[in-house]
Design a protein around this ligand. Sequence first.
Ligand SMILES: [Zn+2]
Length: 353
Amino acid sequence: MLVVHNPDHALHAGRQEMFRGRLVPCHEVPARLDHVLAELRRRGVGPLHTPVELQPGADAAFDEVLQRIHAPRYLRFLEQAWEEWVALDPANAELDALPSVWPVRGFRADVEPSNFAARMGLYSFDAGTPLTAGSWRAARTGAHAAVLAARAVGRGQARCAFALSRPPGHHAGADFFGGYCFLNHSALAAQALRNLGADRVAVLDVDYHHGNGTQSIFYERADVLTVSIHGDPRTEYPFYLGHADERGAGAGEGFNLNLPLPRGSGFAEWRAVLQQAIAAVRAFGAQALVVPLGVDTFEGDPISGFRLKSDDYLRIGEDLAALQLPTVFAFEGGYAVAEVGVNVANVLEGFGG
Ligand SMILES: [Zn+2]
């Protein structure tokens, strides 16, 4: 198991997010990753690899993957957003940037406004994802970590790799952030694997929340199967996507599978659905697998509603290993901060890492 760790992750440290009508301390904090890293080191999982400092253009293949998955105008916005935010008022340097206006149905999304707040809303879908001074750097290095992990697997240098990065990725779409995510690591990893010659790549998302960003990125593609097991969007974030009848469109029809479960589900129900997901990956004939690895399915998670226990994560790793595919894991959710490390390490250990 190769672990590619994002050394810049702590540069993204939001102060507050909008949650149930109030600004509350962020759930998505640097300590989450630190706990995972400490637990992996304790168990001797590795080797650990750290991406070198990345200048734009220094890794042309990475930039190519980034621009294939994310819209150029969105990448430009993210890169410049903090400077623009502070230029509005120097006092903003002490605050996080949060969106407050969005173009819903009937509004124009094709015309990019010049107003900063309007662009912030154009490129986001919630007010829970603060943009900070270091967000772009952290997200970009994290995306690079995901591509390096995929590259090692795609070139056969590692059978399995774990991109240990935050902010997370699976809610980020081609041109929007939200759900604490800016750049979609799993989509980038899947594309990198495609570029290295895997004809069919499957993404099997086990985070508590639907991987709406990944689904939307690949919705009209037949070369990447997207599967997600998650809390029913009728009651659970991200609410507006993740229903069972979303099966893909155009060339991608039949290549998206959503497996929503009711809030309160335990491991027996969850594992039965995992078998369906695994069967779909097999039937697709995937040559490589990407797993957005969220452990907010844990019973103690403060913002989620499944009831998995720490030992269950060993079983998840074992079940995924049975696919016998070159595999990239990407760190996603999990907010019971102290237990996140054990639960993530259990999946990797169960997998055989
Ligand atoms: Zn989640």
